[in-house]
Design a protein. Structure first.
Length: 736
């Protein structure tokens, strides 16, 4: 039987996945007698990236289905044409600067574990990892809180800083990812200095034909004992819709070519409830979502005095309400987005310091630190859109954020014979209770005249931050206000089969609370201080590029080559300020002038069911005051991917191969140097009985390597397998 041949052998699939696989057997058997139709609003696109905005033609999904090979579709059932709203985007269409959209079909190729891993081949994107789960992004050499991370347009960056964990959004929920590199503060405010990444999980809840669907998914990989299981229930109708979804996942350990990495596993769970209703020209969308990752090991924080570092909890709970009113005639479209979310960041670290006197070992001091930070944010974002030859969007934002939480520490001192000579406990705070109130307002305009598209935006932001006096009294109560105007301008003009475009923009990032007010030990052996006198990071981004126009050639899906430069002033870093009682001390400061520049290229070809994609990026950076390269600009890289139909070998199947090359990083600090490497992935997929099965082998040649900006080695050869089943049914008996 097919199912018997498709199941994992004992030891390959974690035992936790067996209940859902049993459910798969029942659902698959039940589904044979159904005539499924694909749920409306599901965009099918097998391209890895596209640098043009998605079409808003309601019938375009049916046209795309006919042109996409069945073997590479994300869902395996087919829709009749259904009128649905256009895709939700983070902002108004941006066509005079690079904008890359990665559809779900491309994001899930080769079965990555996280959203960050799914973006590894996007030009300009680098991964910053301290563990398999713990992933942040760098865009064109700028990382952390300089990259604004959105989920369905909701800001995820917190006022505590360090950048948002991409893994706080499960890949099973992702519909598409929009990557917009380059300063974008004129539309998004603070944190958009490097660009914006918007993860889209929402799909339309409305359909002219009432429908319901149940989607089941399961994925496992070895070695490492990774698994993920998910389920989604949806009901769609003309004026009402809802969905419920959830999932669980786990990684036992990270296995590299050198062996198992200690302290590298994790567990996570997520769920969401969402409903939508239409009232004439108005619609209301309400959602509650939850995601929690537990016992997240951080091998990248292990070394030197540190024995182990982990996140006992990384969690997000969010309530989201969106009201939209369609304008008529002289009345503009109205959109109001209200969000309340709570982010919980629990960090634990164990370190051991040895004391020597005249070269003779005397004692050890063990420190167990548990930082429990809770950040809450409430925001309201109204916007008005005026259509016509001159399309104008007026927008605003008010945001209130608070952060607090204790730092619990246990100290034990032992002599050279292992006897406890002293012990103690302290309750302090790494950052005293703090808050930030932010206000922003702006306007953007778009006009096309004589074939030339012009885009411009201007925005004003004001952020008031305040921290109470901390327990050590070394940093008193302090209030700081950041004010900044930002603007951008771009132009594009199609000339035959090509379209040159140019864009200039300004961006900024207000220093976060840690950078301004932190006062505590870091990684066992050093002490770090905030600097309330820090200036906001700010700078300009320039980009010029040429891309292929839509429909230039039937076999050319997209092509682009672009050059960019970012001049950033007052970049926040930290420096050594001396020792006190033999403890090294560091403090944040501003790097006055940094330059990051580079070239990116991408091309996507498709013909007769075959696909070929190639991407490349060549970054460069320097501290203009010293002429030395910056440590964190990334590396030159290139990738090539081939997808081919294989229906003669696999039922409705296909195969794919991806090869990626990353150059060596040498002109940086010794601890950050990495050798060049190749990595290859292969995939085969098929559809039997309505179930889509995918087998992928990543790091085929079992190479030992590390991403240039990450702190951990990548997995060795890994075998991953997934099953996916979509039961979608029209409900003609339902009356509106």
């Amino acid at each position: 039987m097919f199912w018997k041949s498709a199941t994992f052998s004992r030891g390959f699939l974690p035992s936790h996945s067996q209940p859902l696989l049993a459910l798969f057997v029942i659902a698959w058997t039940w589904g044979i007698g159904l005539k499924p139709v694909m749920a409306s609003g599901v965009a099918i696109d097998s391209s890895s990236t596209t640098s043009h905005p998605a079409t808003s033609d309601p019938d375009s999904s049916a046209l795309q289905l006919r042109s996409v090979p069945r073997s590479v579709r994300d869902t395996i059932t087919v829709l009749p044409p259904v009128q649905v709203p256009a895709r939700r985007t983070a902002t108004t269409t941006r066509e005079t600067a690079t904008s890359v959209r990665v559809e779900r079909a491309a994001a899930t190729r080769f079965l990555p574990n996280t959203v960050g891993d799914a973006l590894a081949t996007v030009p300009g994107v680098d991964l910053v990892k301290t563990g398999p789960w713990s992933t942040r992004l760098s865009l064109r050499g700028l990382y952390g809180d300089r990259v604004l991370f959105l989920v369905d347009g909701v800001r995820m960056n917190s006022l505590r800083g360090h950048g948002t964990q991409l893994s706080l959004v499960s890949l099973d929920r992702v519909s598409a990812v929009e990557v917009m590199p380059g300063a974008a503060s004129a539309q998004f405010g603070t944190n958009a200095l490097a660009g914006v990444v918007n993860v889209i999980t929402h799909r339309s809840l409305f359909s002219d034909i009432p429908q319901s669907s149940v989607v089941l998914g399961a994925r496992g990989s070895e070695p490492g004992g990774s698994y993920a299981e998910s389920a989604r229930l949806r009901f769609l109708s003309r004026n009402f819709g809802f969905e419920m979804l959830g999932g669980v996942g786990q990684l036992d350990h990270l296995r590299t070519p050198a062996g198992i990495v200690p302290n590298s596993g994790n567990r996570e769970d997520n769920y969401a409830l969402r409903g939508g209703a239409r009232f004439g020209v108005a619609s209301l969308d309400v959602e509650h979502s939850h995601h929690a990752a537990r016992d997240v090991g951080l091998p990248g924080f292990t070394g030197g005095a540190v024995i182990a570092g982990s996140y006992p909890l990384q969690g997000r709970d969010a309530q989201r309400v969106e009201l939209t009113v369609k304008g008529n005639g002289a009345l503009p479209d109205l959109r109001v987005l209200g969000v309340h979310q709570q982010l919980r960041n629990h960090f634990a670290e164990t370190s051991v310091e040895s004391t020597f006197v005249r070269g003779r070992f005397i004692s050890t001091r063990t420190r167990d630190a548990r930082d429990r930070v809770t950040t809450r944010a409430t925001s309201v974002e109204p916007s008005l859109f005026f259509g016509g030859p001159l399309a104008v969007r007026a927008f605003g934002e008010y945001r209130h954020e608070t952060a607090s939480g204790p730092l619990l520490q246990d100290f034990v001192t032992r002599d050279r014979d292992g006897n406890v000579t002293a012990s103690g406990t302290s309750v302090t705070q790494s950052v005293a209770p703090a808050k930030r109130d932010g206000f922003g307002a702006g306007v953007s305009a778009t006009r096309t005249e004589y074939g030339v598209r012009l885009e411009s935006s201007v925005r004003y932001d004001e952020l008031a931050s305040r921290a109470e006096a901390n327990d050590t009294k070394q940093i008193p109560a302090i209030g700081v206000t950041d004010r900044r105007w930002t603007a951008d301008f771009g132009a594009a003009r199609a000339i035959g089969a090509v379209e040159p475009y140019a864009h200039i923009s300004t961006g900024f990032r207000a220093p976060n609370l840690d950078e301004r007010f932190f006062d505590g030990n870091v990684h066992g052996g050093l002490r770090l201080f905030g600097n309330p006198d820090l200036e906001s990071e700010h700078g300009r981004s320039y980009e010029f590029g040429v891309r292929a126009t839509d429909g230039a050639y039937p076999w050319l899906r997209t092509a682009r080559i672009s050059a960019y430069r970012s001049d950033v002033r007052d970049l926040v870093s930290f420096r050594y300020i001396g020792q006190l009682y033999l403890v090294p001390r560091f403090q944040y400061f501003n790097v006055r002038d940094a330059r990051i520049e580079g070239v990116e290229a991408t091309v996507q070809l498709r013909s007769a069911g075959w696909e070929l994609g190639m991407n490349a990026s060549l970054p460069r950076s320097e501290d203009r005051a010293t002429g030395k390269p910056l440590d964190d600009a990334g590396a030159t890289r290139a990738s090539i991917e081939v997808q081919a139909p294989a229906r003669r070998l696999l039922p409705n199947g296909g195969v794919g191969v991806r090869a990626r090359w990353v150059d060596a990083v040498t002109k940086v600090s010794e601890s950050l140097r990495t050798p060049a490497f190749w990595t290859t992935s292969v995939q085969a997929d098929c559809v039997i009985g309505g179930v889509r099965a995918v087998l992928a082998v990543n790091n085929l040649w079992n190479n030992a390597y590390r991403e240039p900006m990450s702190f951990i080695a990548e997995p060795g050869r890994t075998y991953a397998f997934s099953l996916y089943r979509d039961f979608s049914m029209s409900l003609p008996f339902t009356k509106e």
